[in-house]
Ligand binder design. Structure first.
Ligand SMILES: Cc1cc2nc3c(=O)[nH]c(=O)nc-3n(C[C@H](O)[C@H](O)[C@H](O)COP(=O)(O)OP(=O)(O)OC[C@H]3O[C@@H](n4cnc5c(N)ncnc54)[C@H](O)[C@@H]3O)c2cc1C
Ligand code: FES
Ligand code: FES
Length: 480
C-alpha cells in the first residue's frame, strides 16, 4: 500500500504526494510542473487542447493513447508514462509530427496546437493508415476554432504509418523507466480533505465499497471528473475500479461477449465491432478518441443517463449486467437496472462488475441509431435500438429500446407487441410507429422538443424497415 503517485513525466520519474487526489493532470502540469504547453480550453473533454498521451505497460512494451488531461485525475497516472508536448522534441530536433505541423502550416493560433500534436503523435504510434476516415477519427476530439483543419489533416497524412526511429530508440528506456517505478500494490491517498483508493484486487475493492458506501466509484472519469471541473464539487472519497484485473477483462465464449466494467471503449471496440457492427459504429461516434481511450461501458451504464449511447443497444440485444458486493453477486436484465431518472438497482455496497451481451443469431436484424445535433462529440437527443427476428416474412421476435424518450433508457413494450406475429411490411411498421405513443411521453429540453423526439423515434423505426428492405442502405453512414 502506498500514498504516493509514481509515474514518468516525459521519461523523468516523478513521485507526488501532498496534492488533493482530484487534482487533474492538466492542473498538475500547468501548476506544479509549470509545463504550460498543455492548454485548457473547456475543462470538460470537448476541445482537445489538453490532450496528453499515456504510455501504459502491455507485455514487454508500452501502448500509447491520447487522453484529455483536463478530466483525468492525477492518481490515474500511477505506474504509467505521461507524455506531453514538451517531451517530444529531442534537443533542438523537433519530433516528426511537429515538423509536419510546421511544414504544412498546421499551427495558426498555437493554442490548440499542442493538443493536435499529441493526438497526432498517438495516431502515428498506432500505425494507422493515411485514410480520411482514420485521420478524421483520430482528430475528431481536437477543435480548431479558426477552421484551419486542411493543413492539420495534411500534416496527419504525412506522419500516418511512417516509422518513428527516434522514438523507437527511446522506447526501451521509457519501458524500463516505467518498470522501475515504485508502483506496488494499492494506492490509498488522504490529502486536502479528499481520499482516493485504487485497490488492485477485487476483494479489496469490494471491502472498500462496503466500508464507504457514499464513495464515488471511478472508472475512466469522463463523467465523474466533470463534477470537479464544471460543478466545482469536492469528492470526499473516490475509489478507482480500474486497477482490478478481473474488471478489465473482455471474454468471448460461444454464447456471449462479456465486458468487464473497467474495460475502455477502445479495448472493447474490436470485438463489439465484429459481432455487433451497428454498436461498433455507434461507439466510433461516442465522444472522441480521447474519451473512448478512458471511458467505459460500465461507467455509461452506472451513470444511468437517459441519453447514454450504450444502454438502448445493449437492452435491445438482451444484455445482462453483473453486480457484485462482498456478500455475493447477482445478474439483472439491463432494462431492470434502470429504475428512475439517474436511479439504479445498484445497492450501496455493490459495484457493476461486467455486462454480458448474448451473441445474436445469424439471422437477427440488429441496429442502433443515434440522433444528435452534431456527428462527432455530441450526446444523443434520441437513440433507438432494434433487434428483430424475421422468419418467412413475419416478425417472430422484437426487442426495441430507446434513449432520450423517458427518464431512463427504456424498452418499447407496446411497439414490440405491434410487430410480433405480424408480416414485416410497411403497414405493420406504420402501426408500430403509432404504438410508440403508448410507450413514451417524452419531454422537451434544450436538446430537442417532445414533438421532435416523437417524430424521430418513429422515423428511426421506419429507417430500420427501409434498410432491411434495401440492404445497400446499411453501408457506411446510412447504418447510423
Ligand atoms: C466530451 C465528452 C463527450 C461525451 N460523449 C458521449 C457520447 O457521445 N455518448 C455517451 O453516451 N456519453 C458520452 N460522454 C459521457 C461519458 O464519456 C460516458 O458516459 C462514459 O461511458 C463514462 O464512462 P467512464 O468510465 O468515464 O465513467 P466514470 O466517469 O468513471 O463514471 C461514471 C459514473 O459511473 C459510476 N461508476 C463507474 N464505474 C462503476 C462501476 N464499476 N460500478 C458502479 N458504478 C460505477 C461512477 O461512480 C459515476 O457515477 C461524453 C463525455 C465527455 C466528457
Ligand atoms: S481543456 Fe478542452 S478537452 Fe480538455
Ligand atoms: S490553429 Fe488553433 S484554433 Fe485553429
Amino acid at each position: 500500500m502506498t500514498d504516493r503517485i509514481s509515474f514518468l513525466l516525459n521519461g523523468a520519474p516523478r513521485t507526488v504526494s501532498g496534492l488533493a487526489p482530484t487534482t487533474t493532470v492538466l492542473e498538475y502540469l500547468r501548476g506544479a510542473e509549470r509545463a504550460c504547453g498543455t492548454k485548457e480550453g473547456c475543462a470538460e473533454g470537448d476541445c482537445g487542447a489538453c490532450t496528453v498521451v499515456l504510455g501504459e505497460p502491455t507485455g514487454d512494451g508500452l501502448r500509447y493513447r491520447a487522453i484529455n488531461g483536463c478530466i483525468a485525475f492525477l492518481p490515474q497516472l500511477d505506474g504509467k508514462l505521461l507524455l506531453t508536448v514538451e517531451g517530444l522534441a529531442e534537443g533542438n530536433a523537433l519530433h516528426p509530427v511537429q515538423d509536419a505541423m510546421v511544414e504544412c502550416d498546421g499551427s495558426q493560433c498555437g493554442f490548440c496546437t499542442p493538443g493536435f500534436v499529441m493526438a497526432l503523435f498517438a495516431f502515428q504510434q498506432g500505425g494507422e493508415p493515411a485514410s480520411d476516415d482514420a485521420i478524421h477519427e483520430a482528430l475528431a476530439g481536437n477543435l480548431c476554432r479558426c477552421t484551419g483543419y486542411r493543413p492539420i489533416v495534411e500534416a496527419a497524412r504525412r506522419v500516418a504509418a511512417v516509422r518513428d526511429p527516434g522514438f523507437e530508440l527511446r522506447a526501451p528506456s521509457l519501458r524500463a523507466g516505467v518498470a522501475a517505478l515504485p508502483h506496488d500494490g494499492d494506492l490509498a491517498i488522504e490529502q486536502g480533505g479528499g481520499r482516493f483508493f485504487a485497490p488492485t484486487s477485487l476483494d479489496r475493492l469490494l471491502a472498500l465499497r462496503a466500508a464507504h458506501p457514499d464513495a464515488h466509484l471511478l472508472a475512466g472519469g469522463t463523467d465523474l471528473a466533470l463534477l470537479v471541473t464544471k460543478e466545482y464539487r469536492a469528492l470526499d472519497i473516490v475509489i478507482a475500479v480500474t486497477q482490478v484485473p478481473e474488471l478489465a477483462r473482455i471474454v468471448l465464449d460461444d454464447k456471449a461477449l462479456t465486458i468487464g466494467a473497467a474495460a475502455t471503449y477502445t479495448d472493447a471496440l474490436p470485438l463489439l465491432e465484429r459481432f455487433f457492427p451497428s454498436l461498433g459504429l455507434m461507439i466510433r461516434r461516442l465522444g472522441s478518441r480521447q474519451i473512448r481511450n478512458a471511458g467505459t461501458i460500465g461507467g455509461n451504464i452506472a451513470n444511468a443517463s437517459p441519453i447514454g449511447d450504450m444502454p438502448p443497444g445493449l437492452i435491445a440485444l438482451g444484455a445482462t449486467v453483473a453486480l457484485r458486493s462482498a456478500a455475493g453477486a447477482r445478474e439483472l436484465a439491463l432494462e431492470d437496472f434502470f429504475l428512475d431518472y439517474r436511479k439504479t438497482a445498484l445497492r450501496p455496497d455493490e459495484i457493476v462488475e461486467s455486462v454480458r451481451i448474448p451473441l445474436p443469431a445469424p439471422d437477427a436484424l440488429f441496429r442502433t441509431y443515434k440522433i444528435a445535433k452534431r456527428w462527432d462529440q455530441d450526446i444523443s437527443a434520441v437513440c433507438g435500438a432494434y433487434r428483430l427476428t424475421i422468419a418467412d416474412g413475419r416478425v417472430t421476435e422484437a426487442r426495441i429500446a430507446y434513449g432520450g424518450m423517458a427518464a431512463t433508457p427504456k424498452r418499447a413494450a407496446r411497439t414490440e407487441q405491434a410487430l410480433i406475429g405480424r408480416a414485416w411490411t410497411e403497414a405493420t411498421v406504420a402501426q408500430a410507429i403509432a404504438a410508440l405513443a403508448d410507450d413514451f411521453a417524452p419531454l422537451s429540453d434544450w436538446r430537442a422538443s417532445a414533438d421532435y423526439r416523437r417524430k424521430v423515434a418513429g422515423n428511426l423505426l421506419r429507417r430500420l424497415w427501409l434498410e432491411s428492405a434495401q440492404p445497400t442502405l446499411t453501408l457506411g453512414v446510412m447504418a447510423l
